[in-house]
Design a protein around this ligand. Structure first.
Ligand code: FES
Length: 364
């Protein structure tokens, strides 16, 4: 299967969600429906030239499965975030490069009965909204509890959508807001969403992780760590937990930190590794200095257009398979143990260990 590629899509609507967040809807023409088929919880990678720089960012889809002709993403402006700032200026009729849906923070809507617990913080609501809408519509006897953490009520994204779900699925959808900068009537719902809060909510019967078939956690890293700790303390098997890390992305172009000269001589004073890159059936060889570059950053310097999005080891867009040689990743927040075992790596994090490396981006 070919590596993912960008398609130009037209924006059909932009809606202000909060003072610093917008929902951007892309029209999906008939001929792109297959390419943009998705599972609830997946994201789109957007690409734009901003100030002469090729930038890309991933944003989760908040649409339900039933919306076949459009995909909506939520974009919250991050302080000094160039792409998220640019996104706030987009309007209906604009056209932008969009990569087809990706990501593993997904649910398969089966029609069976399930009990879902969704834990979201800030813009982490976007994939959870897609999951909630899709399973409530597609699984008539499933129930969803959504615990949504924000600073205050003005920072709650998709409030109208959430209230609609509450009205439509009165007995199957439970929405709980936790806020740390605004006092709510129910004392227990005030404060940060951390391990102590989750344990307190569970002890009061407001959430029931032990009964959940699947738990989805989406937010910044500290929240995910806290929530995972709390779930483990409550005896929840990690097989039932999925998480998606929502962290401000690093710079658009991969900027790997310099590393000490590799012990095997591959480094600034030694020869760079010879790296063959197989992409869309074509093979090209580049040189990669493991001391200063990852495979992705070296490929970009060489003018190659490899698939990537976060450049931070989180999204998996840059996944490829090592078919010869070895490489070490700086970070890995997305590959599963079985994938590493099978030889997959993240090109945005991979530095060659051997003087010859062959990477296949077409391998599944
Ligand atoms: S580009 Fe996101 S993990 Fe490499």
């Amino acid at each position: 299967m070919a590596a993912p590629r960008f398609h130009e899509l037209e924006i059909s609507a932009v809606r202000n969600e909060t003072p610093d967040a917008v929902a951007i809807t892309f029209a999906i023409p008939e001929e792109r429906r297959d390419a943009f088929a998705f599972l609830p919880g997946q994201y789109l990678t957007l690409r734009a030239d901003i100030g002469g720089e090729d930038m890309r960012r991933s944003y989760s889809i908040c649409s339900p499965l039933s919306e076949t002709d459009r995909r909506t993403v939520g974009v919250k402006h991050i302080e000094n975030g160039r792409f998220s700032g640019f996104a706030q200026t987009l309007k209906a009729g604009d056209r932008i490069q969009v990569m087809p849906p990706q990501g593993r923070f997904t649910v398969e809507v089966s029609g069976d009965d399930h009990n879902y617990l969704l834990l979201a913080a800030g813009s982490g609501i976007t994939p959870c909204l897609s999951i909630a809408k899709s399973v409530l519509a597609g699984e008539p006897n499933s129930s969803v509890t959504l615990l949504y953490a924000n600073r205050n009520s003005s920072s709650v994204m998709f409030l109208d959508d959430l209230n609609d779900l509450k009205d439509r699925y009165t007995t199957r959808f439970t929405l709980l807001h936790v806020m740390d900068e605004e006092v709510q009537d129910v004392e227990i719902m005030n404060g940060r969403l951390d391990a102590a809060k989750l344990e307190t909510l569970a002890s009061h019967g407001l959430i029931d992780p032990a009964r959940a078939d699947a738990i989805y956690i989406c937010g910044p890293e500290p929240m995910i760590r806290s929530a995972s700790t709390a779930m483990a303390a409550m005896g929840v098997n990690e097989d039932r937990i999925k998480f998606e890390l929502f962290t401000p992305a690093p710079g658009s172009a991969p900027a790997p930190a310099p590393k000490p000269k590799a012990a095997n001589g591959i480094g600034p004073n030694g020869p760079g590794a010879s790296v063959d890159i197989i992409l869309d059936g074509a093979r090209r060889t580049i040189e990669v200095d493991a001391a200063t570059d990852t495979v992705l950053s070296a490929a970009m310097k060489a003018g190659m257009d490899l698939p990537f999005s976060c450049a931070g080891g989180m999204c998996c867009t840059c996944r490829c398979k090592i078919v010869e040689g070895t490489a070490t990743m700086d970070e890995n927040f997305s590959l599963e143990p079985w994938e590493i075992e099978a030889g997959f790596t993240l090109s945005c994090q991979a530095r060659p260990d051997t003087d010859r490396l062959v990477l296949d981006f077409d391998a599944q």
